[in-house]
Write a protein that binds this ligand. Structure first.
Ligand code: ADP
Length: 184
């Protein structure tokens, strides 16, 4: 059976889930918005893991659209999955990079055996992606990953119970609610 997609309004750092997704930047060394909140509440172990990643596999930082896991520190989760959303561009279509953040995060989550994964609305803050469009891309990407066949993302469909979008305010919540209803 395919995982449920759920919506809640709230602060992602207050959620309980196997994996919480961070809207990181490519430095992996912290920032504002979700990133700042996750490091503040999660404590220094997350940053220590991020520094280790920078010193090993990700010397140049985490590329846009990719995802990587660390400890969740003091958060009520087993893992934080860091992904780097694209900055919104009015002249270049970066939708596939945004979709990739969701797909890759789910792939990493599935590889860790996570059953519940919580996402923020990636790229809709400092990176300025229009909410309605970002919500449509997010919902399509998650649905696509959950529906995918036996290879690749198929493992996601098999093992996940819930993919939760955690929306910080009412406007974001409504955008995701409409995206879910439109294609439900
Ligand atoms: P990005 O740099 O990818 O745009 P941001 O963290 O700036 O990421 O914002 C992404 C979205 O997350 C925005 O819609 C913002 O309002 C929301 N947000 C900010 N803080 C939190 C939080 N603690 N929990 C959930 N969502 C948050």
């Amino acid at each position: 059976m395919s995982a449920r997609i759920t919506l809640v309004r709230g602060d992602i750092t207050r959620q309980r889930a196997d994996a919480l997704v961070n809207a990181a930047n490519s430095s992996l060394l912290g920032g504002g918005g979700v990133d700042g909140a996750i490091h503040r509440r999660g404590g220094p172990d997350i940053l220590a893991d991020c520094r280790r990643l920078r010193a090993s596999h990700y010397g140049k930082g985490l590329p846009t659209g990719q995802a990587v896991a660390t400890t969740a520190g003091r958060l009520d989760a087993h893992h934080v999955i860091h992904t780097v959303g694209p900055v919104w561009s009015p002249t270049e279509d970066r939708s596939d990079l945004l979709a990739s953040c969701y797909r890759e995060s789910l792939r990493v989550a599935a590889g860790l055996g996570a059953r519940t994964v919580a996402f923020p609305a990636i790229s809709t803050g400092v990176y300025r992606w229009p909410l309605d469009d970002a919500a449509r891309i997010a919902v399509d990407a998650v649905r696509g990953a959950l529906a995918a066949g036996p290879e690749g993302a198929g493992a996601v469909a098999r093992d996940l119970d819930e993919v939760r979008f955690v929306l910080f305010d009412e406007v974001a919540y409504r955008a995701f609610d409409e995206a879910l209803a439109a294609r439900g």
